[in-house]
Design a protein around this ligand. Structure first.
Ligand SMILES: *Cc1c(COP(=O)(O)O)cnc(C)c1O
Length: 381
């Protein structure tokens, strides 16, 4: 059997055509015609007041920390079960991540634990929509309003996913998307910051343009641009935006194709769940996910490393996911924990992600599921 990698970036076919157009236009810096197209698409599809392309989701999260004016010692509530950038963006401003446990069903931050983590120093809540499945945003927004906190959605995995009729990334004050090649809609490296309401837009544009009002200058709103506040360079060049435009145009088709693959796994693995061999993902009512990921939770008696090794011997490459941040060298030094992280600690070592990319088919997925079952049986402790 041919090698089945964990991920294969999907190309829509128009990427090089649009890159050639950008080349022909002779405009290669940021915020050219392709960037504008991407901004408009993102605004139309999310309802955000403003979308701004960035060179990564990491950059969008860093912009969020600057926009919220995070000061040394400010606390930011987030799950420990997330990617490092969620925490790093705030730590770079000397903020302190405060980790709360996750829900056993979605592996998202447990909204019921947030209030207990709030102190006088709390400034923001950062829900992470794991696998493109929404956090319980109604509760999170209500808690934030009650305590006067900002909400920054880490929607890196949530492009084109929804919650009760709204689009992920546009529910909190700020939202961050990723277009990294491992995500659904891609540009190699890439991301976007979504700004829900108008007030923060002007400062966001300044922070993204080296702390200057260059964006207003380009629109003819001021006659020269100057240094306005601390900022950096967060915008991607036009070649990246041209690539991304080819992907965004096909965003609906990409999501539909992935959802079909996701459903196939879900059906194929139902019998294993019935036998109590593994647990499949759970999608709560009101969540419209985007099939970013198909994972299974192995039983506690299964040795995950052995299981991965056994599948690799069949030329199939599943992968594990986050080492919880509170359990990392930097996390222990730079963050603190609120309450017990029992679910995080129990489930993180049991999670296995299966290959999911456009080009897989039912035959290959059947092969993967059979290999998984065989590997699990061999890996029981
Ligand atoms: C991928 C990811 C990021 C980082 O995205 P980049 O675009 O690579 O910076 C941040 N948070 C989460 C939850 C992610 O999955």
């Amino acid at each position: 059997m041919e090698k089945i990698p964990f991920n294969k970036p999907h190309m829509t076919g128009k990427e090089l055509y649009y890159i050639a157009q950008a080349h022909f236009n002779g405009m290669l810096a940021g915020d050219g015609p392709f960037t504008q197209k991407c901004h408009q698409w993102l605004q139309q599809h999310t309802g955000a007041a403003r979308a701004l392309l960035t060179h990564s989701c990491t950059a969008a999260l860093e912009m969020a920390a600057l926009l919220l004016d995070i000061q040394p010692g400010d606390e930011i509530i987030m799950p420990s079960y997330t990617f490092v950038s969620t925490a790093n963006a705030f730590v770079l401003r000397d903020g302190v991540p405060v980790f709360v446990d996750i829900r056993a069903d979605t592996l998202n931050m447990d909204e019921k634990l947030i209030e207990a983590a709030i102190t006088e120093k709390t400034r923001a809540i950062v829900p992470v929509h794991y696998a493109g499945v929404a956090c319980e945003m109604d509760s999170i927004m209500a808690i934030a309003r009650k305590h006067g906190l900002a909400v920054v959605e880490d929607a890196a995995q949530g492009v084109m996913a929804g919650y009760k009729g709204r689009t992920l990334g546009s529910i909190g004050d700020l939202g961050a998307y990723s277009f990294h090649e491992t995500k659904n809609v891609i540009s190699g490296e890439g991301g976007a910051l979504l700004i829900r309401d108008g007030e923060l837009v002007q400062r966001a544009e300044i922070i993204r343009e080296k702390g200057t009002d260059r964006s207003r200058f380009f629109r003819g709103e001021v006659d020269k641009y100057t240094w306005q506040e601390p900022g950096s360079s967060y915008l991607p060049g036009e070649l990246i935006a041209a690539f991304l435009w080819a992907q965004l145009e096909e965003g609906a088709a990409i999501t539909a194709a992935r959802l079909q693959l996701w459903q196939t796994y879900h059906a194929l693995l139902a019998p294993l769940e019935e036998q109590g061999l593994l647990r499949r993902p759970i999608i709560p009512e009101g969540c419209r996910h985007n099939a970013h990921m198909y994972y299974v939770l192995l039983p506690p008696t299964c040795d995950r490393d052995a299981c991965i090794a056994a599948m690799k011997r069949e030329n199939i490459y599943p992968v594990f996911h986050y080492v919880p941040l509170h359990d990392s060298p930097a996390g222990r030094r730079l963050a603190r924990v609120s309450g017990e992280l029992t679910v995080t600690e129990e489930l993180a070592p049991r999670l296995l992600r299966l290959p999911l990319w456009i080009g897989l088919n039912t035959v290959l997925q059947g092969h993967i599921c059979r290999a998984l079952q065989g590997a699990m049986v061999k890996s029981m402790r």
